[in-house]
Design a protein around this ligand. Sequence first.
Ligand SMILES: [Zn+2]
Length: 251
Amino acid sequence: MAKVIILGSSNAVPTPGHENTHLAIVGETRSILVDCVSNPVVRLEQAGVDFNALTDIIITHFHPDHVSGVPLLLMDMWLMGRTKPINIYGLHFTMDRLEDLMGFYSWAEWPNFFPVAFYRLPEAEKAFVLDCDEFKITSSPVHHMVPTIGIRVESKLTRKILAYSCDTEPCEQTVRLADGADILIHEAGGAAYGHSSAEQAGEIASRAEVETLYLIHYPTGRFAKGDIAAEASRTYKGKIIVAQDFMTIEL
Ligand SMILES: [Zn+2]
């Protein structure tokens, strides 16, 4: 059965025990990293996921706390002798910059580099990302400071649906992305330009009529502010879980 592993739950300022927000979707035949921060090899290995077994990487947007780990991950795969291809998905805005970022490292000159395929996603709701025996993934644009996508994962085996808002203000696109989902992972960075408070995340979860709300991308450690689960419960009456690093969600 496929599972989603929370590899990081913090906003852009990580603290001990809370890495920047990124996730892994792990199935029998596909292992997908959603965003790529610090050197993701460490968290993947701690979570029992062989980093060289990754088949796909989805980059939600081009902010350092979501994308900066890509050069290190690709380099480490290359150093470990990877030969099989990897697929990277994101909006045009994101992929153009990611290719430029790798260009700064002159990666075209690294000998025997394995094939990397960049898939540019349309900035459209429920855009097709990938499909395999176990699940189908689509993406929708959300409202952040730069072009950003949230994703929806539908399990073909259990019929469970998981939506992830990524970084966003409360928006209609997230409501539709999460429509009727079993699980919504929504950011709770705080009520600020391009972000949402836990209370606003609760409102989105209520409107999308989801079963369980996971709060993520929130201030952690000494920067933490109050009880975000209590905040979300003002607007959402379903189950609320504050995502923690290494939590696993069965799909
Ligand atoms: Zn961001």
